[in-house]
Design a binder for this molecule. Structure first.
Ligand code: DAH
Length: 339
């Protein structure tokens, strides 16, 4: 009997189970009521009294060894099945990095919100335009350089189908179809045939504002400009208007704001002038009103236009325009919007 026990002990030491079925087979073979260990227990009754102590102890060792082996195999099977399981209930519920709004969208939205508070609504127009809406209606002379191939992208070599070079084209579209008063802003993308560099791109974004009504004056324009500058860049911001020329406004001006980096003291950003240019503006030229079917003896209005990239640069000091269209998330993730 001792030999039988020793043989079984050796057998048990080397037992292996690849899966739950094999493990169950081992349990039946060694540990069940009809298993090898139980059978030996039955045999034990016949053992002579003087051997009972020695064999009894040996049998107990066998029983424990069989049970331990079984537990060990069971545990290793369970460990193994866990390893293939990807479910980790301790992980946070939303491990994904949420995207951020594009800086140009943030600034566009901010401009829209400021003008919305002054009663301006948003108007949009096509990016593929015709000569009339981009140039003709806006009082551009036939030989104006902006109409040149160097500045404008023409579609399919047609002189009349082109990518809009400014959002002023939307002014015309709205004026053609709306009876004054008109109070709109036109945000959108524009295209120009420029070599791409850190300070110029072949596409960029503008917001145009237009107000047409009876008795609109330059003082009204100035008031809106001041409000916009202070809302956008802070209450301490000053503005200055310099005479300028645009075919579609008369008189025309360019607006500077006090440098928002040095507060007007002078720094490399404002080239030590204390001022930075942000937009063009003026009173809508009577020719433009007439071109759009609005009686210029009854109505007057102002218009202004700005580049969204320019405003964004001033707010966030982005030195290279190309960053806006490269979709590098390391750059984009630095911008956070409230909405
Ligand atoms: N359209 C002009 C541009 O693209 C910007 C502009 C200047 C718009 C003066 C205006 C304005 O409405 O009054 O450079």
């Amino acid at each position: 009997m001792i030999d039988k026990i020793n043989t079984l002990l050796d057998e048990i030491k080397d037992l292996k189970a690849q899966n739950a079925d094999e493990l169950e087979q081992l349990r039946l073979k060694y540990l069940s009521k009809k298993g090898a260990v139980s059978l030996l227990m039955d045999d034990f009754r016949q053992v002579a009294a003087e051997q009972k102590r020695e064999i009894g102890q040996k049998l107990n060792v066998l029983k424990t060894a069989a049970q331990d082996k079984f537990n060990e195999l069971k545990e290793s099977l369970e460990d193994h099945s866990d390893a293939g399981c990807e479910l980790d209930l301790t992980r946070t519920a939303h491990p994904y990095r949420v995207g951020t709004r594009h800086p140009l969208s943030i600034v566009k939205k901010e401009i829209e919100t400021i003008f919305a508070r002054l009663g301006f609504s948003i108007a949009e127009g096509p990016e593929i335009e015709d000569d009339w809406h981009v140039f003709g209606s806006l009082n551009f002379a036939e030989d104006h350089p902006a109409r040149d191939m160097q500045d404008t992208f023409f579609v399919q070599h047609s002189a009349d189908v082109l990518l809009r070079t400014h959002t002023s084209s939307v002014q015309t579209r709205v004026m053609e179809n709306t009876k004054p008063p008109v109070r709109i802003i036109c945000p959108g993308r524009v295209y120009r045939n420029e070599a791409i560099s850190y300070r110029a791109h072949c596409f960029f974004h503008q917001v145009e504002a237009l107000y047409i009504d009876k008795n609109v004056s330059f003082a009204d324009l100035k008031q809106v400009l001041m409000f916009f500058a202070k809302e956008m860049f802070g209450a301490e911001t000053k503005i200055r208007l310099r005479p300028s020329f645009f075919p579609f406004t008369e008189p025309s001006a360019e607006m500077d704001i006090s440098c928002n980096l040095c507060g007007g003291k002078g720094c490399p950003f404002c080239k030590y002038t204390g001022w930075v240019e942000i937009l063009g503006c003026g009173m809508v030229d009577p020719n433009v009103l007439e071109n759009c079917g609005i009686d210029s003896t009854v109505y007057s209005g102002y218009a202004l236009g700005m580049g969204i990239e320019r405003i964004t640069n001033l707010k966030y000091q982005v030195k290279d325009l190309r960053l806006f269209s490269e979709n590098d998330v390391r750059f984009l993730h630095q911008f956070k919007a409230a909405t």
